[in-house]
Design a protein around this ligand. Structure first.
Ligand SMILES: C[S@@+](CC[C@H](N)C(=O)[O-])C[C@H]1O[C@@H](n2cnc3c(N)ncnc32)[C@H](O)[C@@H]1O
Length: 248
């Protein structure tokens, strides 16, 4: 029996462990397969390069991303439609005084404040049904309505939409396909008001920036892929050298 499969598994395990240690993320994220949560380096990079102050999240869940964002942005607004998750997040975010936690369905709540935003903000659109104990079983994915509301104000906001794979592939059987838009329909919506906006899918996230911010986004993407890859390559090479030396 060939041992190549076992070797492959060994190296894959090593690579994954090193990658997780080096980056705090999963290797698959950098293959475009999945990403757990917001790509933090990209969000912070966009904040710095585009002088963003406000972070808006739809779908608070248990407040993980909004808590993180409270330490990165001046002002955070997050929206949750499930009462139990809202209550839980209220406790978690109690000490984060720059976070506004709002209750209700995202398109309706967004409509209550988008027109009042005084400058472009970063929108993290992540509200969708995520199984039992979360909101949205009857309205599983409000993202199209959210985009329309986000673009109804004065500014061209930065938009990041999580879980890009769900708009490009067959859905898990728990979800109703007719309730989820496809990627082309999302792109049409993202370009409806701003036809020259620049779009990218990176690490399972659809990102939209104004055309003039294309270079900034591409540089951030390049850095977020190449620096962890360079580190992991070095670490794997060092590991391989140690194994070779031990076998001599
Ligand atoms: C994938 S989770 C969000 C994870 C969170 N954004 C994070 O980064 O940690 C999706 C959340 O959206 C909520 N949700 C679903 N439909 C919603 C809606 N129409 N308005 C607001 N929240 C909604 C669910 O209850 C669930 O908590």
């Amino acid at each position: 029996m060939s041992t190549s499969g076992q070797d492959g598994d060994f190296w894959r395990g090593e690579r994954d462990a090193i990658f997780r240690r080096e980056t705090g993320e999963e290797w698959g994220a950098y293959l475009g397969l999945f990403h757990l949560g917001i790509p933090q380096d990209m969000a912070v990079g966009l904040r710095k390069r585009l002088s963003l102050k406000t972070f808006v999240e739809t779908g608070t869940h248990i407040g993980t991303t909004s808590y993180w964002a409270s330490r990165q942005f001046d002002h955070v607004i997050t929206i949750e439609a499930n009462q139990a998750l809202y209550d839980r997040s209220q406790k978690k975010l109690a000490g984060a005084h720059n976070v506004e936690l709002l209750f209700g369905s995202s398109p309706i709540v967004l409509r209550s404040f988008v027109a009042k935003l005084e400058r472009p903000a970063l929108f993290w659109l992540d509200a969708h049904w995520s199984g039992p104990g979360t909101a949205g079983q009857d309205y599983q994915c409000p993202v199209l309505e959210e985009i329309v509301v986000v673009d109804s104000g004065e500014h061209q906001h930065i938009i990041m939409i999580d879980d890009a794979r769900l708009f490009m592939n067959p859905l898990p059987s728990l979800l109703r396909p007719e309730a989820w838009p496809t990627l082309p329909v999302i792109i049409d919506h993202l370009r409806q008001r701003f036809p020259d906006a620049y779009l990218m899918v990176h690490a399972d996230v659809i990102v939209r920036v104004p055309a003039e911010s294309r270079d900034a986004l591409e540089t951030l993407m390049h850095n977020s892929v190449t620096s962890p890859l360079a580190r992991i390559n070095t670490a794997v090479k060092q590991g391989a050298r140690k194994v070779r030396d031990a076998l001599k």
